[in-house]
Design a protein around this ligand. Structure first.
Ligand code: PMT
Length: 319
């Protein structure tokens, strides 16, 4: 079956046929819905952030897979800035990709930061060398405040199937929030997959010679998300290109097709210092100056500030 020209309804119903449904999806949907209701009742807005790359298996008993490039830095840092703006955050992320707050210490070996002091009665006292964990007191305070207020709900995916079903579940869980829900789709999602019916069960043997694979198009999940699953939400997609000359045209094309509110356009090599926020009738460049780079300002701070203001206007207009 091809999704290339499939309608939204066919696309949505084919999801379960073509992509294995994760066993825990219903439970996760309930948890996300309860999280959203609780925070909206407390006067907060809710953002669903997707982050990291999806994995596409080449064999049923998977040894090999194709991956999409994404470290998860964009999603994880954006989560921190949304939390600072007062949002409650559902963080739908690739397992073991960068995570809010801990991302700041990924280059650090934790065991090198600890010293064991043998204590009198046999148990040991462990102390932390704060010089090896820059700003740890401030980061820990922010992390603990978020944790104790229950403002961050992490949900993990690994494969493309898990991503698609969990995003659908999230959209359904947030649909009752209307315009108070924001979708910030920063994950790098595969456009190609091998259907289960065409996937070899066992490890592909190199003794059979060079490998040729044929992959099908993945349904663009943005379409049913905007049209059916969360039609009143504020939806932001990302457009990643390696050729800057086609970036804005591709971003505009996405807005025309999916009819959502914003595309954040970025080029692979410059994505940490430059993005363009594209809407139906505007485009705004966000750039880090040299001085901001020196101060370690992150472009996500500017993206999130811009988008949370746009979201507030959207809520005021749409009700
Ligand atoms: O994680 P980092 O290393 O910090 O990098 C951040 C990033 C470069 C991954 C991020 O800024 C980014 O651009 N993410 C989107 C990359 C991408 O997959 O673009 P795309 O053109 O393939 O997809 C466009 C949009 O459609 C995306 O918002 C995606 O969520 C959505 N999509 C994609 C495929 C698909 N089958 N369905 C979708 O809805």
């Amino acid at each position: 079956m091809s999704f290339v020209n499939a309608g939204v309804d066919a696309m949505a119903s084919s999801l379960s046929e073509e992509f294995a449904v994760p066993a825990h999806v219903e439970e996760v949907r309930r948890v996300m819905a309860a999280f959203a209701e609780q925070h909206v009742a407390a006067g907060r807005t809710v953002v669903l952030i997707t982050s990291g790359g999806t994995k596409v298996p080449l064999e049923s008993r998977t040894v090999r897979f194709l991956d999409n490039f994404s470290s998860g830095r964009r999603g994880a840092s954006s989560a921190e800035y949304f939390l600072a703006q007062g949002y409650a955050v559902i963080f739908l992320h690739r397992q073991r990709s960068l995570y809010p707050y801990t991302r700041l210490y990924t280059g650090v070996n934790l065991l090198d930061c600890l010293t064991l002091h043998p204590a009198h009665e046999g148990s040991g006292l462990v102390t932390v060398d704060q010089t090896k964990l820059p700003n740890i007191t401030d980061v820990l305070k922010r992390y603990q405040a978020v944790k104790s207020a229950g403002l961050l709900l992490p949900v993990e995916f690994s494969t493309l199937s898990e991503y698609l079903h969990l995003l659908k579940a999230a959209a359904q869980a947030l649909s009752s929030l209307g315009s108070k829900a924001m979708f910030y789709l920063a994950a790098a999602v595969s456009d190609f997959y091998i259907p289960p019916s065409e996937m070899p069960e066992h490890k592909i043997q190199s003794s059979n010679g060079p490998l040729q694979i044929s992959m099908k198009m993945v349904p663009k999940i943005l379409k049913p998300l905007v049209k059916d699953w969360a039609p009143k939400a504020f939806v932001i997609s990302f457009k990643l290109e390696t050729d800057p000359s086609i970036l804005l045209e591709r971003a505009r094309c996405a807005l025309d097709i999916y009819k959502h509110q914003v595309v954040v356009a970025n080029v692979l090599d410059t994505r940490h210092g430059y993005v363009v926020i594209v809407t139906k009738d505007s485009q705004k460049e966000l750039v880090l100056t040299e001085e901001e780079v020196q101060r370690e300002v992150e472009i996500e701070e500017k993206i999130v500030k811009n988008l949370s203001q746009a979201h507030t206007q959207f809520i005021n207009q749409e009700g």
